[in-house]
Design a binder for this molecule. Structure first.
Ligand SMILES: O=c1ccn([C@@H]2O[C@H](COP(=O)(O)O)[C@@H](O)[C@H]2O)c(=O)[nH]1
Length: 275
């Protein structure tokens, strides 16, 4: 998916919501557990209920890999279902990959050729040669971890070097020589509030993938106030706050309500943009 297509979807549907498919067999409703593929059935119901309120889905690989071949098969079926039924939705594999160059090339082949996913989260800390293999694919997106939503973001990302530059700033500054706003985004946690101002000084045009609203308590209004651009520039993810809003037979309907509530807030924010 190109940047232009992404922007068009956002402004046409009046949403920049990404629904996180962090599907945990221990959390899905009991009545699905007797099915052949409960993880896929759960995802399918969530997707069908929320598709009109979002522009992206983000399965997090940890939730599938922990179940071995069954989990990977559910992941693959979910991706196939999305591509067949909702081809305009961006599919983000949240796998946080990155290794020496030839190994990164294998990860890139897995996600971009094998699964034909649109976007992949990548950890930048092994440097340029660990990231560039992911950038060689046309119409695919690399989403670099910059300033994450967790408490541990203070341990390294917010520390300063002798010139006063913080590590997340160095990541954003240096990586702009590797990719462009047409093929690279950054992960910035919704919990980082005013820090979005600093991010926008360095990356005024790049899309940001923003996890951390809902269960982690980040504020959508604050993210928009400091992080939104004329092209929107934001994809805001919520996983648990949507998919586990009900643990009963009505889980998909309640997920739809939660997604709709976020979509309405996003529509209000998008109305403020000159487009
Ligand atoms: O900084 C980061 C990077 C990734 N994540 C991932 O996003 C979702 C958030 O889930 P919620 O249930 O909405 O909290 C999850 O897959 C994380 O691994 C993040 O939270 N923060």
């Amino acid at each position: 998916m190109t940047r232009q297509q992404l922007i068009e979807h956002i402004f046409t549907k009046k949403t920049f919501l990404c629904v996180g498919l962090d599907t945990d067999i221990k959390k899905i409703p009991q009545h699905l557990l007797g099915n052949d593929d409960p993880i896929f059935d759960f995802n399918k119901a969530i997707i069908d209920a929320t598709a009109k309120y979002c522009i992206a889905y983000k399965p997090n690989l940890a939730f599938y890999e922990c179940m071995g071949t069954k989990g990977l098969s559910a992941f693959e079926r979910t991706v196939e279902y999305l591509k067949e039924t909702y081809p305009d939705h961006l599919i983000i594999a949240d796998a946080k990959r990155g290794d020496i160059g030839n190994t990164s090339a294998m990860y890139a082949r897995t996600f971009f050729d094998g699964y034909d996913i649109d976007a992949l989260t990548v950890a930048p800390y092994m440097g340029e040669d660990s990231v560039t293999p992911f950038l060689e694919y046309e119409n695919k997106w690399v989403i670099l971890l910059a300033l994450t939503s967790n408490k541990g973001s203070h341990d390294f990302q917010l520390t300063t070097d002798q010139d006063g530059e913080r590590l997340f700033e160095k990541v954003i500054r240096k990586s702009q020589a590797w990719g462009t706003p047409d093929n690279m985004m950054y992960v910035v946690g919704a919990t980082q509030g005013k820090m979005f101002q600093d991010i926008r000084m360095l990356a005024p045009d790049h899309f940001l993938l923003v996890p951390g609203v809902g269960a982690q308590g980040g504020s959508l209004q604050e993210v928009c106030k400091y992080g939104m651009t004329d092209d929107c520039g934001l994809i805001v993810n919520s996983s648990r706050g949507i998919i586990y809003a009900s643990g009963d037979t009505d889980f998909a309907q309640v997920a739809a309500i939660k997604a709709m509530e976020l979509q309405r807030e996003m529509a209000t924010e998008l109305d403020k943009v000159n487009k």
